[in-house]
Design a protein. Structure first.
Length: 146
């Protein structure tokens, strides 16, 4: 077990990392965590996608966290892999979604769900400009259980 593990980041592979990073900064108040990244060479080739691999991108500090907190890592690869699966759905294997607490969830079909402890949460889903799923959630009601 890796009991001393510390969460670092969630990675999104983008067609256009600058545009996708701007979306997350504009819509969710993420902030760049410099420097911008640009990697290539033998180590990346071994650890990523093979000969000639290069990537560029940025880490975005997530809203509600101080410097050094977890980030959203947005990278573009060169060469990019051929093809992409259709937009994943919440019940597909792999990366499902990223969630943000927001003041209003009126941008889509809203769902109200009762948690195991009796609290109710209200949420809906949207997609970023590259089709990645984003959950928007109102903060849950205060717990009435003790």
């Amino acid at each position: 077990m890796l009991r001393d593990a510390l969460y670092l980041h969630t990675n999104l592979i983008a067609k256009y990392w600058r545009a996708l990073a701007a979306f997350y900064c504009d819509v969710f108040s993420c902030r760049p965590a410099p420097p911008e990244r640009s990697y290539s060479g033998r180590d990346l080739e071994r650890g990523a996608s093979g000969a000639g691999a290069a990537l560029a991108g940025v880490h975005l500090l997530l809203p509600g966290f101080a410097e050094g907190g977890p980030t959203l890592e947005i990278f573009s690869y060169s060469p990019a892999a051929a093809g992409r699966a259709a937009h994943p759905q919440p019940n597909h294997f792999g990366f499902g979604h990223i969630a943000f607490a927001v003041a209003s969830v009126s941008v889509g079909d809203t769902v109200t769900h009762t948690l195991a402890d009796g609290r109710r949460v209200e949420w809906c889903c949207m997609r970023d400009p590259e089709g990645n799923l984003i959950e928007l959630q109102l903060p849950p009601e205060p717990s009435t259980h003790r």
